[in-house]
Design a protein around this ligand. Structure first.
Ligand code: MRU
Length: 337
């Protein structure tokens, strides 16, 4: 089955794949205002760092078309999710068009949004090619969250590497963390790999230790929402635990990081804002309470994996190795301070 695109611009409005409806239904939302885009991002109808950046860029185009106050729209879009640097980066690009043209020109804004989308397609493919070159014949790869095609405008990042490894006949099996609390692994990664015919098994997040102890994992491959200047990585909650388990078992831990997710203006992981989401994502499943009545819950959406646990950063420029402060500094990055 061919995967649907994460989003497409119709010429007048944004069609956005509603990821919350997957794997049950493939539904496209028709977004006509910037605040509909902001709500789609905060409610995770669109999710995945590259996809939210591109959706936000189209949100600015919608605001310009409607003659809305653009600083207000950009502020609203920027606030929709704080951790992924791609969002702020895409909005900065749109702001720089506004500054350079000195007036609101919908067409110039649409050209830049389309270019961000095109670049993401191109660069994720390059990243994936570098990632596949790291994997050996018959490898079994463990993945966390969802980083596939629909989390980007292209082929995805870490899950894209896994699908490409399958297409090249290199992959033996993919292990998919279900990824509590929103289950992106069970719902989205398993769906996407299923569509592509990639052999995979969903596990609970806590099963990775047993699996590695049994020697069933050759590499861990995850995505990221922001990489700081020292190589610390913000990614879906549970990534840090996975990196510690991988270290304890001598399993290489790779992070796929497109240049749009690398933020040299942030010195280290402690400086990254971690989004905290509604406690009900933990206490409720499909609207039904599964926690003791009145139980409190804490729901950080991301965590920080320190650079020393990362075996390699897979980028469109190639595979970076520690020390990351040095290997990152040399890159020509879109997010450079
Ligand atoms: O909260 P989510 O589902 O948007 O979190 C997504 C992740 O953590 C991904 O690993 C990351 O955005 C990279 S997607 C290519």
């Amino acid at each position: 089955m061919i995967l649907p695109p994460s989003l497409r611009w119709t010429g007048t409005h944004l069609e956005l794949l509603d990821q919350r409806q997957l794997p049950g239904s493939v539904v496209f939302m028709q977004l006509k205002t910037w605040d509909e885009v902001a709500t789609a991002i905060s409610s995770m109808a669109v999710r995945g760092a590259p996809a939210i950046g591109i959706a936000a860029a189209w949100g600015v185009v919608l605001a310009a078309q409607a003659g809305d106050d653009l600083s207000c729209a950009i502020r609203g879009l920027r606030a929709s999710r704080p951790t992924a640097v791609n969002l702020g980066w895409a909005l900065k690009k749109m702001e720089s068009v506004l500054a350079s043209t000195g007036s609101v020109n919908c067409e110039s804004l649409a050209v830049v949004a389309a270019e961000l989308q095109r670049q993401d397609c191109l660069l994720t493919q390059r990243l994936v090619d570098h990632g596949v070159s790291l994997l050996s014949q018959g490898c079994r790869v463990l993945h966390h969250c969802h980083t596939g095609a629909i989390a980007t405008a292209g082929v995805g990042t870490a899950l894209g590497v896994i699908s490409a490894a399958h297409a090249h006949g290199v992959l033996r099996h993919a292990w998919l963390d279900e990824t509590r609390p929103r289950l992106q692994g069970a719902a989205l990664s398993a769906w996407e790999l299923g569509c592509l015919g990639v052999p995979c098994t969903v596990i609970v997040d806590g099963a990775s230790g047993l699996l590695m102890r049994r020697g069933e994992v050759d590499a861990v491959m995850v995505g990221c929402d922001r990489v700081a200047a020292n190589g610390d990585v913000a990614n879906k909650i549970g990534t840090y635990n996975l990196a510690l388990v991988a270290k304890a078992h001598g399993v290489p831990f790779y992070v796929c990081a497109p240049g749009s997710s690398i933020d040299l203006a942030t010195p280290d992981g402690d400086a990254i804002t971690i989004e905290e989401r509604d406690a009900q994502e933990i206490t409720h499943v499909q609207g039904l309470s599964v926690a003791a009545p009145g139980a409190q819950a804490w729901n950080p959406a991301f965590d920080i994996t320190p650079a020393h646990l990362v075996t390699g950063l897979i980028t469109e420029f190639g595979v970076l190795r520690p020390p990351y402060r040095e290997s990152l500094r040399g890159l020509s990055l879109p997010n450079q301070p």
